[in-house]
Design a protein around this ligand. Sequence first.
Ligand SMILES: Nc1ncnc2c1ncn2[C@@H]1O[C@H](COP(=O)(O)OP(=O)(O)O)[C@@H](O)[C@H]1O
Ligand SMILES: O=C(O)[C@H](O)[C@@H](O)[C@H](O)[C@H](O)COP(=O)(O)O
Length: 175
Amino acid sequence: MTAVIVMGVSGTGKTTIAEALSEELDWAFAEADEFHSQANIAKMASSTPLVDHDRWPWLGLIAAFLSQCETDGDNVIVTCSALKRAYRDVLRRSQTRVLFVHLDASFDVIAERVANRKGHYMPLKLLDSQFEILQPLEPDEEGVVIDSAQSPEEIVRQAAAWVRDRCQDEQSGVG
Ligand SMILES: Nc1ncnc2c1ncn2[C@@H]1O[C@H](COP(=O)(O)OP(=O)(O)O)[C@@H](O)[C@H]1O
Ligand SMILES: O=C(O)[C@H](O)[C@@H](O)[C@H](O)[C@H](O)COP(=O)(O)O
């Protein structure tokens, strides 16, 4: 089975794209935000960035969820900021194959989205810290970077084509 983590800073479009991608591929869908403790959510809502020790238990829960998907025989699309290499390493320790789709755009594009987004706990003030700690995918990480300033339809098209390609590689033993 395969898990696709749709990653990137807050407001880059993870939820929007992951939901559409799960429909396009007919894969299960999950939001990593739902694995955050109340304490983490309260911290972010009060404009304090999370630090590593806030994130390790959260990432551990997501990795356990990914392993459960493998056991259940489910392919899954998961939204998760996964901002640092070490965070992605935790997710890769799960029992399933983990691919990353990084939705990337400039600070200005994303700030406008966050400012206009209604009913979400994540404040615009935290966007600086999200960009500061973001570590792009490294060459040995199985992932793709997609320009998230494009339309959702185009992003989903590119992401679905990439995922299908990777899954085909695996089936034919090439990947
Ligand atoms: N490709 C896009 N083009 C324009 N607006 C977008 C795009 N993707 C998402 N949005 C909008 O930007 C805001 C943040 O998107 P969201 O999916 O919640 O991001 P994230 O899950 O990464 O925080 C939402 O209001 C959403 O409707
Ligand atoms: O690691 C973190 O600091 C958080 O996970 C953060 O990156 C995440 O983005 C928020 O939970 C907001 O949720 P949205 O990404 O949906 O805005």
